[in-house]
Design a protein around this ligand. Structure first.
Ligand SMILES: C[S@@+](CC[C@H](N)C(=O)[O-])C[C@H]1O[C@@H](n2cnc3c(N)ncnc32)[C@H](O)[C@@H]1O
Length: 353
């Protein structure tokens, strides 16, 4: 609703020149209900409309969960709500989906979209929370366990595409990278507290970065002159580090930038410790016979999911787990290149575990 003229939809902020300075001024898709034809064109071109996230491996997840009316589900990473909406359709009438996300900026928009689609309070409960706290959230909802749990790891397209969130080297923005900007340190401050060895170890551990030493050295040298404050600034330093150790194609430079930004994002958001806590508590959050599915996007995540699932199968908490991860089909990757690195692993809680 537009508070200045009740009854009239709020106008998209005016495009203010040849080079839009703000993300909100640039893309019509950010107002999807007003510009459905623009959204359709972007999707048809195999791209994700700005301000939107397309659910990955949706058919595979629904096939795995075999949802029925009346079931209870936890979506640990609500994001844009694409998976949640499809799961909600399967569990109505009588079902409940508990949705969590750590992002306080996108979460209210997602809840508003789901409510506008007719989803009632008794069918959907939304919590601004880290998924490491899933047992506590389920307890506050009076649930001892749920039938299915989904975690779709990493960041959303909305976070990635909005330069003001500082997740991407493709556009300039403040070097932040926090999914919850109200907690922890932005990347610029976090980098200021690191030493060279710790930074090199972090780049190797979080993203298997083969040139971790050279990149860490260049970042520390730059930090001693002037702290890195922007995404482009970090990207330039990484490119300088690469040119000091060899000749790299544009594709190799881009892949390195993706790894470095991923590594810093994981560190700033403390992603691995949240994931490990979540994986440890998972069996106790499922009803006997309940199923969990986790979508991962890089080896550091997938290794952890595989290890925890195997350990819980060995000690009898899970009766079955995915031996091999499910991968998105070629057609999905073609229409949504962001699905390319996805791996889906699942586990089923034992009936008596
Ligand atoms: C890939 S998106 C999920 C997309 C969603 N499945 C959909 O269909 O739109 C990942 C989401 O997980 C959230 N997230 C990442 N780590 C989290 C954590 N530890 N706890 C809760 N949410 C987290 C991010 O903020 C982001 O919104």
């Amino acid at each position: 609703m537009n508070p200045e003229s009740p009854g009239k939809p709020r106008r998209r902020p005016r495009y203010s020149g040849n080079h839009p300075r703000r993300f909100a001024e640039k893309y019509k898709e950010l107002n999807a209900s007003r510009y459905p034809e623009t959204v359709a064109q972007v999707l048809a071109a195999g791209k994700t409309p700005a301000g939107m996230h397309r659910p990955i491996c949706l058919a595979e997840i629904l096939e795995l969960f075999q949802l029925k009316p009346g079931m209870t589900v936890a979506d640990a990473t609500l994001g844009y709500g694409g998976h949640a909406r499809a799961m909600l359709e399967c569990i109505q009438p009588g079902g409940l989906l508990v949705g969590l996300d750590t992002d306080p900026l996108e979460l209210p928009k997602t809840e508003a979209r789901l409510r506008a689609a007719g989803i009632a309070a008794e069918a959907l409960r939304v919590h601004h929370s880290n998924f490491a706290a899933l047992p506590r959230i389920l307890a506050t909802e009076g649930l001892e366990g749920v039938d299915c749990i989904l975690a779709d790891l990493g960041c959303s397209s909305m976070q990635l595409d909005n330069p003001e969130r500082g997740f991407s080297f493709k556009h300039d923005g403040p070097l932040d990278l926090r999914m919850n900007p109200r907690k922890g340190l932005p990347a610029t401050e976090w980098l200021g507290k690191q030493d060279q060895d710790g930074l090199a170890r972090m780049l190797a551990e979080n993203a298997d970065e083969p040139r971790a030493e050279a990149i860490a050295a260049q970042i520390i040298a730059q930090q001693s002159r002037e702290p890195l404050a922007t995404t482009r600034g970090l990207a330039e330093v990484v490119r300088e580090a690469l040119s000091a150790v060899g000749k790299f194609s544009e594709a190799e430079q881009k892949a390195t930038l993706q790894r470095v930004f991923q590594a810093v994002r994981i560190a700033v958001n403390d992603e691995f410790s949240a994931l490990e806590t979540f994986l440890r508590f998972l069996p106790s959050c499922l009803k006997p016979g309940g199923c969990v599915a986790v979508l991962t996007f890089h080896s550091g995540e997938d290794r952890r999911v595989k290890k925890f699932f195997q350990a819980s199968r060995q000690n009898g908490l899970y009766e079955a787990i995915a031996d091999e991860p499910i991968r998105p089909k070629a057609a999905e990757i073609q229409s949504n290149p962001r699905a390319a690195s996805a791996k889906l692993r699942w586990a089923r809680r034992s009936l008596d575990g």
